[in-house]
Design a protein around this ligand. Structure first.
Ligand SMILES: Cc1ncc(COP(=O)(O)O)c(C=O)c1O
Length: 334
């Protein structure tokens, strides 16, 4: 029985069009700034998101960590919503690399309140200075939830009033854009820096970018090289990302429909879906998440336990709507 794999939207294989583009990519040495395909990708995405420059990185983690290095001097502190990827899933890298702290804000649904932000900012000789606010849209651990435009704008205003710089972890900004109908540039407007990933819902095999103002570009490239992200003929990777940028809206919209169908089917079977899916993620509350996922695996369904009582299903471009129907059929056996 072929497993139906809902563990992550990072599991997708490059499409035939991506593989062809990779094979035919025009390349050069990107550390010398001479890879035309990387340059085209960086220029394209900077323009679409309304930034002056973009720096291609092998991973979203590297782009976020370059942002930490840019936003937080040693001993300083960055605020982020609870459950933020930069805090939970980047292995303590801010402490290791930048010597910075991340402090989390209460964030029901991944959405911190502007008042909570204002209250959290340190302004005392006895505490680590707060220098930056990192936000995440969509918020992975909160359930793939969207940060609404008005709230984003209010948070950026509060951050500005407190003298903080700002970074957007937009690994799945594509999903937020499709879910809200807001253009990517609106969702990214006002942030000092932003990250988007091509290797999640878009289906490219590798790659993210850090979007920066021109004044920070050289520093961002320097940190990328220090972190081991100076890739050479990286155009073979950028080529796949450029293909992904061609058809992402339709792909992501279908992912959201599949998530909705899966959530409705799970709820009909009596499972507790929480929160209701806003994008491509479905979270279940169950007793014994790890054991539950093992039982699912024996039925040919792969999902990810996150903590003791939560299980995550993610829809992606390598799953057809029929795979969701088939998964629900298999689930009836539980
Ligand atoms: C919200 C978010 N930010 C950052 C990352 C890191 O991306 P990467 O796996 O490319 O390092 C992820 C990965 O899943 C993520 O979900």
């Amino acid at each position: 029985m072929e497993p139906i794999d809902f563990r992550s939207d990072t599991l997708t294989r490059p499409t035939p069009a991506m593989r062809r583009a990779m094979a035919e990519a025009e390349v050069g040495d990107d550390v010398y700034g001479e890879d035309p395909t990387v340059r085209r990708l960086e220029a394209t995405i900077a323009e679409r998101l309304g930034f002056e420059a973009a720096v291609f990185t092998p991973s979203g983690t590297m782009a976020n960590q370059i942002a930490v290095l840019l936003h937080a001097p040693r001993g300083a502190e960055v605020l982020a919503p609870e459950g933020a990827h930069v805090f939970e899933f980047e292995l303590g890298a801010p402490a290791l690399l930048a010597g910075a702290l991340i402090r989390t804000l209460p964030a029901p649904g991944g959405r911190p309140a502007p008042e909570a932000l204002t209250q959290a900012v340190h302004d005392s000789p006895h505490q680590a200075p707060t220098t930056a606010l990192f936000l995440e849209n969509t918020h992975n651990l909160a359930g793939g939830t969207v940060l609404p435009l008005e709230l984003k704008n209010a948070l950026l205003e509060a951050a500005k009033a407190a003298g903080l710089s700002t970074h957007l972890d937009g690994a799945r900004l594509w999903n937020a854009s499709v879910a809200t109908g807001a253009p990517l540039s609106e969702l990214a407007r006002g942030f000092d820096t932003a990250m988007v990933s091509f290797s999640k819902g878009l289906g490219a095999p590798v790659g993210s970018v850090l979007l920066v103002p021109r004044a920070l570009e050289a520093e961002a490239r320097r940190y990328r090289k220090i972190l081991g992200g100076g890739m050479r003929q990286a155009g073979v990777l950028a080529a796949a990302a450029l293909v992904a940028l061609g058809d992402w809206e339709a792909v992501i919209a279908e992912d959201h429909q599949k998530a909705k169908a899966l959530a409705d089917g799970l709820a009909a079977l009596g499972y507790r879906v929480d929160p209701p899916p806003e994008t491509n993620m479905v979270y279940l509350e169950v007793e014994g998440a790890a054991a539950f996922c093992q039982r699912l695996a024996s039925l040919g369904i792969l999902a990810l336990p996150l903590g003791a009582r939560r299980v995550r299903f993610v829809t992606h471009r390598d799953l057809a709507p029929e795979d969701v129907t088939e998964a629900l059929r298999r689930l009836q056996a539980l």
